[in-house]
Design a protein around this ligand. Structure first.
Ligand code: HEM
Length: 456
């Protein structure tokens, strides 16, 4: 998502550069309200009007919107060292500090290397039991329920799961306290990101004061937890982060860094997966034939015993369904970068300071790469139908070295949850409730999704 309160990029020698077509300066102003009201529609409009690469900017900030897999590969993979995280990460940094999602350069590389082992297959297989347990615990309360806001349920479920894998069960009360301050902080930071000109953070506006209070609360709870884990190490991610040592220097992470990483994993690790699951159950409720196939597979694979990672790997059809859900409703619907130096992308010059925006949502619905893009068709992920698709036409988890560290965690978790829920329940959309996309930091259902739920 954009925010237009960034410093100017250098404007010299423009006439010698080969810049993409688009709108700039005063002529761009009429498009700003479209951007604010309907960001996905804004990208569609820009590309249909100006082409595959578009330059858009006001006096103080320039965006280069790209839409071709090769161009995306150039930015995320081939010349990734020329690009830092985009403008909205500055605001998210108020919550995440120097956590993995928005740190840069050598520091990021070192942190990624330290944290990566926590997401290895072996660790994830230990988490499957927690994922299954939490799903059963939550859905046991459902029985036959009408008008249940599934997006709220999924948000709570994925938060519990990532909280428990991070903090383990004996510290449940910490997770509840973090959830409330994190929710408030995210809401207020999102508000700042979506405002064209937010008030400076140092001004004592009511929202700024609330945000500062929420951050303080959140930090104090996570600090307490870290202190507790230092005294009594456990088999959780916090303990791992505290123990892990840099191979070269032998140094451990500072406590503030452990805090930033823990908050980052909590935030990045629940909201995206919850959105995927909510959109997924919505799609399945509208496609009973596909839902039935998921149910049959779940009945075959999931027995009365606690599922294992091997069981999840047998849920091949459900996994295709999930891939298709992530195509149609990618929770991280936009990726942004800022160019640290000049580059050439898709034949056009990129100046230092330019913001690159990649609308994943539109890439996933581009008929150039997807047949019948608005159709929910999990079989499009069959090997033979995927062979000719360019790699960067599908990127729900981003790409290149900054690809989502939690992708296997999320795919395992969401495949299992979908299969378990569909095995035990039938879902029906409430016909009178509007289901509307809200592309903010993530792609949420604006008014939630109300489902009627019946035990199978
Ligand atoms: C369906 C669920 C998820 C989706 C769609 C998703 C999507 C993404 C995307 C697109 C990025 C790259 C952002 C960029 O390049 O600017 C990313 C990065 C990241 N994600 Fe996820 N994510 C999901 C689940 C998770 C989970 C479960 C965790 C952790 C438990 C997680 C932790 C992270 C972290 C730490 C990063 C930053 C990695 C780095 O820069 O090295 N994500 N995610």
């Amino acid at each position: 998502m954009f925010s237009l309160h960034e410093p100017a990029s250098s404007g010299s020698k423009k006439n010698k550069l080969n810049l993409p077509p688009g709108v700039f300066g005063l002529k761009a102003l009429p498009y700003v309200s479209k951007l604010a009201k309907d960001p996905i529609g804004f990208f569609q409009l820009m590309h249909s009007k100006f082409g595959k690469s578009v330059r858009f900017g006001l006096k103080t900030v320039t965006f280069h919107l790209i839409s071709q897999p090769e161009d995306i590969r150039r930015v995320l993979q081939e010349n990734n060292q020329n690009y830092h995280k985009g403008v909205f990460y500055k605001e998210l940094g108020r919550i995440l500090g120097k956590g993995l999602l928005n740190s840069e350069g050598e520091f990021w590389k070192k942190q990624r290397k330290l944290i990566q082992p926590s997401f290895h297959k072996q660790r994830i297989s230990e988490f499957v039991e927690i994922m299954a347990h939490e799903t059963t615990k939550m859905s046991n309360n459902w029985k036959n329920t009408s008008k249940l806001d599934i997006s709220k349920e999924m948000m709570r479920l994925t938060f519990e799961i990532v909280g428990k894998t991070l903090f383990r069960t004996d510290v449940e009360s910490y997770a509840a306290r973090i959830e409330s301050s994190l929710t408030v902080a995210l809401e207020l930071v999102t508000k700042r990101i979506t405002k064209i000109f937010p008030f400076p953070f140092s001004w004592p506006t009511p929202d700024n004061l609330r945000l500062k209070r929420a951050l303080k609360d959140m930090h104090s709870v996570v600090d307490e937890l870290i202190a507790e884990r230092k005294k009594n190490p456990s088999n959780d991610l916090i303990s791992m982060l505290l123990e892990v040592r840099d191979e070269e220097t032998g140094e451990t992470m500072s406590e503030i860094q452990v805090r930033d990483e823990a908050i980052t994993l909590l935030l990045a690790g629940h909201e995206t997966t919850a959105n995927a699951l909510s959109w997924g159950l919505y799609l399945l409720s509208k496609h009973p034939d596909i839902c039935q196939k998921v149910r049959e597979e779940a009945n075959r694979v999931l027995t009365d015993k606690t599922p294992t990672l091997e069981d999840v790997q047998k849920l091949a059809y459900t996994r295709k369904v999930l891939d298709e859900i992530l195509r149609m409703y990618p929770p991280a619907w936009v990726i942004e970068r800022t160019a640290m130096g000049p580059d050439n992308v898709g034949g056009f010059d990129v100046e230092k300071g330019t913001n690159i925006s990649i609308c994943i949502f539109n890439m996933h619905r581009n008929p150039e790469f997807w047949e019948n893009p608005d159709k929910f068709d999990p079989d499009r992920f069959d090997e033979e139908r995927s062979a000719d698709r360019p790699k960067y036409a599908y990127l729900p988890f981003g790409g290149g070295p900054r690809i989502c560290i939690g992708n296997i965690f999320a795919l395992t978790e969401a495949t299992l949850i979908l299969a378990m829920l569909v095995k035990n329940y039938k879902f029906e959309v409430d016909p009178n409730h509007p289901v509307v996309m809200e592309p903010l930091v993530t792609l949420r259902p604006k008014y939630g999704i109300l489902l009627n739920i019946v035990s199978t």
